[in-house]
Ligand binder design. Structure first.
Ligand SMILES: [Zn+2]
Length: 529
């Protein structure tokens, strides 16, 4: 080697030392995101923090890909104006930082007609994925945009992706512009075979299904060892099912990117992948990305142009009102209590006996503290919610309410916020038989609901029609849908403001409406034997 060559060789070596070679691929997974900005007063989640995380991983030399498990176009305050185009803009920004792949969730199809979906897909620079559904929108370019049996190169290896979304039988939206196949395992298996035929090194699933369906799919690894992991959505708090030789890893993050997953995949010389997954909490310790913040500010300005009164104060909170999703979908919320109390006052013929609303109706995912702004009402109700009043016997009501406490795992959109009664449940018992005690006011305090007495009941029309798995008897007179909940709540806050009153009351051991038995020997409502 002559002197020049030697010099070049040394320069080459030192270049290798300073610019890290891509060592492997890191997948950043998020799901169920509705906000351009962060939540919890800016302290949690948000795409800005996702971008910061992605850039940090890239600086470490990782080839980063962003995966999204669905539910992003709707519902939100902004989507009532822009039909999710604000989120598409944010996704396009992220896609430019690191390639992004998203499966449709049920909320992408909230609109009855295809026009808004067509506009969203046309505006998208990120990839829409789907193997068990087809767009039949009438727009050929949009229908062809959905990626199936999809592969991409990452860190010099070929990655294959299958993706599935909820069939209408499982909570998906039935639409004229969609065709579904609900046999998830069969579609996954067929797709995996196609991907293997294309010579992929790794197979992953991106889904929007119930967690138990993902865990069932994960067993395909026994027959298809290249299947490494499945990342999903629909649930709003983190889910994890560990992997083995016969079981792929299953992961879901927390809604609004409060918690995301970072999944490192490194290939050895023989091409075998080593997987290392970790949850990343995106809290105040993760800075906003200054470039993304320009985009966030743009949408904030547009929103204020449309609703100049958005930051107007309509009332005052007596204490921090907790409407985080982790609260309204799992336990009693003081903001939920105020809202459901208004439902009982919706009709002129006096206060209704009982009312409940599914926690998933309350979309703000935030605390409301100090001033209550018009924006807080707008964000709480991401979609219209009209009420109905009917009559049920105590026995019927108890049976209806059991649906609110069914199933496994935390954080369900169908978990009810309640008024006019208190309930004690035991999740150790079978679904459908978990209510230990359901009490209404009576005598000196509370008494068990009377099985044969008729009670007036107010619920959202969505639940009356069977939404979220509640089966409400239809053989009694019911009011037509009316009295939108958003305006009922706004009216009540403005009226309280005029009287000089504040909003909200603390949930205490003495006044709580919801009690879950967690320990042996624990008594409902902590009462004596
Ligand atoms: Zn969903």
């Amino acid at each position: 080697m002559n002197r020049i060559s030697l010099l070049l060789f040394v320069v080459f070596l030192s270049a290798c030392a300073t610019v890290p070679e891509p060592t492997g691929v890191t997948f950043v997974h998020l799901n169920d995101t509705y906000r351009v900005g962060a939540v919890e007063d800016g302290n949690a989640g948000g795409f800005s923090r996702v971008v910061t995380l992605v850039r940090e991983l890239q600086a470490e030399g990782r080839d980063v890909r962003i995966l999204h498990g669905g539910d992003f176009l709707y519902p939100s305050l902004e989507s009532q104006l822009w039909n999710g185009l604000q989120i598409v803009d944010a996704f396009n920004f992220m896609d430019a930082v690191a390639p992004m792949y998203a499966v449709s969730g049920n909320h992408e199809f909230d609109r009855r007609g295809p026009e808004q979906l067509i506009a969203a897909v046309r505006a998208s620079e990120f990839d829409w994925l789907g193997d068990n559904y087809t767009f039949n929108t009438g727009a050929a370019d949009v229908d062809a945009a959905l990626q199936r049996a999809f592969t991409f190169e990452a860190a010099g290896r070929k990655v294959g992706v299958f993706s599935l979304t909820l069939h209408p039988d499982d909570g998906g939206n039935e639409r004229d512009y969609l065709e579904y196949n609900g046999d998830y395992v069969a579609v996954a298996e067929e797709t995996i075979r196609k991907l293997e035929a294309q010579g992929v090194d790794l197979i992953i699933g991106v889904t929007h299904l119930h967690i138990w369906q993902d865990v069932e799919l994960a067993q395909l690894k026994a027959d298809y060892p290249k299947l490494a992991f499945i990342v999903g959505g629909h649930e709003h708090e983190p889910e994890y099912s560990p992997g083995s030789d016969t079981q792929a890893i299953v992961m879901k993050g927390a809604s609004n990117a409060r918690i995301v997953w970072a999944i490192d995949v490194d290939f050895d010389a023989a091409g075998s992948p080593r997987i290392s997954e970790r949850k990343v909490v995106l809290d105040r310790s993760v800075a906003f990305d200054p470039e993304y913040e320009v985009l966030a500010d743009k949408w904030r300005t547009r929103l204020l142009d449309k609703f100049p009164f958005l930051e107007a104060r309509v009332g005052t909170a007596a204490l921090p009102l907790d409407s985080r999703e982790v609260t309204v979908r799992n336990e009693e919320s003081n903001w939920g209590n105020f809202i459901v109390d208004q439902m009982r006052l919706a009709y002129r013929d006096g206060e209704a006996d009982l009312a409940f609303v599914n926690g998933g109706t309350l979309r703000i995912d935030d605390y409301i503290d100090g001033d209550i702004l018009f924006e807080d009402i707008g964000r709480t109700f991401g979609f219209s919610s009209y009420l109905r009043q009917t009559t049920l016997t105590g026995a019927e009501f108890r049976e209806v309410l059991e649906a609110g406490y069914r199933g496994e795992g935390p954080s369900k959109g169908y978990f009810p916020q309640i008024s006019g009664f208190r309930v004690c449940i035991d999740r150790g018992r079978d679904s459908g038989d978990r209510i230990v005690s359901l009490q209404v006011p009576g005598g000196e305090g509370w008494q068990e609901i009377s099985a044969d007495t008729e009670y007036s009941v107010v619920v959202p029309d969505f639940l009356y029609r069977g939404g979220d798995g509640y089966v409400i008897p239809k053989d009694r007179p019911a009011t037509p849908p009316g009295s939108e909940l958003k305006y009922l709540v706004l009216d009540a806050i403005l009226a309280a403001q005029a009287r000089g009153e504040t909003i909200g009351a603390a949930v205490t051991p003495e006044n709580r409406r919801f009690h879950e038995l967690r320990e042996d020997g624990e008594r409902c409502f902590n009462e004596g034997p």
